[in-house]
Design a protein around this ligand. Sequence first.
Ligand code: 3H9
Length: 688
Amino acid sequence: MAPLVTLEKHGNLGIVALNNPPVNALSHGVRQSLSELLSRAFSDASIHAVVIWCEGRSFIAGADIREFGKTPLQPDVPEVVELLDAAKKPVIAALHGTALGGGLELALACHYRIALGSTRVGFPEVTLGLLPGAGGTQRLPRLIGVGAALDLIVSGKLISAAKAQGLGLVDVVVEEPLRASALAFAETVLLEGRPLRRVSDLVAKLDAADQLEAYRASVAQQCRGFLAPFHCIEAIRAAVDLPLGEGLARERALFIELMDSSQSKAQRHAFFAEREVTKVPGLPDATAARTLRSAVVVGSGTRARVLGACFADAALPATLLAGTQEELDNALAALRVSAAAGAGRESASTKERRAPITCSLDAGLLNDADLIAEAGAGDVTAQRASLGRIGAVAKPRAILVTAMPYADIDDIAACTQRPEDVVGLHFHQGGAARGVEIIRARDTAPEVSATLIKLTKSLGKVPVVVQGPVGSRMFTAYLREALFLLEEGALPAQVDRVLHDFGFQIGPFAESDRSGLDVEWQRRKVRFDSLDPRARACTLLDQICEQGRLGLEAGAGFYRYDADGNATHDPAIESLLLRHSKDRGIVRRTISDQEILERCLFSLINEGARVLEEGVAARPLDIDMIWIHGYAFPVYRGGPMFYADELGLASVRSAMLGYAAESGGEHQTPAPFVERLAHALKGFYSAS
Ligand code: 3H9
């Protein structure tokens, strides 16, 4: 195996090179060799300046996240950073790819930083529930000012080399080849006798006395529930208030607090799950994707336009197939409106990649498209018939996509003569969220799933391959419990507040209104015969929908909405609830926030357990990714299945049994999988 770090001499320059693929993370082995070779270079009198650079596609992308939560091994990252800070000869960091977190902290302790133009730098620690813990919060505000440091550290965003140079974070942007440019730069530093510029010698000053408080207030809403952003602000405060040594100690204490927090554990879990989720069991990494040159979306309504826009954004030219001239005109007008709304808000790369999206009445287009999505049928029967017709005319190996979130995918695939080409696709939140479910049927060909993974990943989405709808199925169980709480005595605003306080952006009723109550109502009608007696008798959704209150778009649902879409409590809904409870013989009672939270979440978790047991989702991380990226489940709780494991399934089970005994409902009966795991004192993630 190639050494992780090497020291090479080039005249009077020392080149310390890291080689720890894929991203040169600062693993224990790297830290050990790096500090040994840096010490050697610093004590070698024939070396006058040192260049640090990395092999492979990137400079150092940070500490090795896989080591977090394990016994720390020396030297740690701060020790290596301090070694650099104390260097008595010029040290130049040569950046390319990404220089992130601990990697950027290391570069900040060097005297000069040069970078290729394509480099991106940043402190993404906050996205892992952490803060830069190797001097980043102390050195960055000293170098680029408190305001810019707050923006970079609290947002966790990456910036370009040009922007970093503008901020004074990077000294020079250089051309390829980086190594030669770095050596030339080091020679210039020596020739010109440039001083050792230590960031630690600078002073961090506030722009205004209340700058930190004002910043905290400005991010309070956006960072609600998260610990790390506020710890970042406190650490930056220490850079202003304290001498470097004390500031570093304060940063360390705050870092350790976060590292030990349940939030960081959950966010680190989410980081790895996001990378694991596309390594689908039974779908070899090397599965070749089919070539896609054009897509046709059958339909011209909202669902069809969302799909068409996603395909176009993924560089796949898309045509919406309208049924009538009027539908075509409406679709074109809607496309123009959304193009105008998006103009100016999208990045240059999005604009550059986007393929055209058009609308047509020509059904002949179906014969030649590589991908055909059915998004026009109003119900499952129509969907089956339409896909059957499409399957008969589409060319061989064309992919047939169904976009009906609650349809049985095997049943739909069976309506075509080519089930291997059929797959379901569901973009959460109408394409606005990162979550996407790729629903494969029993016979879906592996390369069909691989094609959709590739397509959706190119959009920056988090695709999850499942065997049937997962998110919508679990949402139904969650909403069902929330509806039971309404008939027992709660009001929509109370339930929504409790789930919002837990960390969801919005609660189940506001969420249902936003996505349109007709979706859930339709699903209820399709499944009515299989519902348990209590769910059948809980007709609240039917009553509300029958009044035309179909949610936000209709101006009323569980709430009433003003012209700007702001929700208000509606006395009509309260009267409806009182009447319904009375008719059902239910004596309304005061329900505690804890009961609301537990019953809603445990219903969600319980349905997740069934989904796993039936093999509809292969792994708990699939469900967690769907809920974090599709339903804004708070990432700092790691997703419903991770959260359940953190609570302990034995305690989830006993709380559920308690509620089942009180309300006499089957709905709070733990799923057999929960029972088994709870008895074995295992969790979803330690099931096997
Ligand atoms: C830190 O630095 C703390 C310090 O302040 C203080 C310390 C005291 N460690 O994302 P990709 C793996 S915290 C370990 O698919 P891309 C990743 O799991 C750290 N492993 O590639 C994947 O593995 P696999 C601050 C890591 O090109 C593989 O590398 N830094 C790390 O789409 C490829 O990753 C960060 O938070 C790591 N640091 O994106 C940066 N990074 O192949 C986190 C990646 O087994 N990393 N891996 O699935 C990233 O944001 C992206 O990986 C990056 C590349 C942009 C670098």
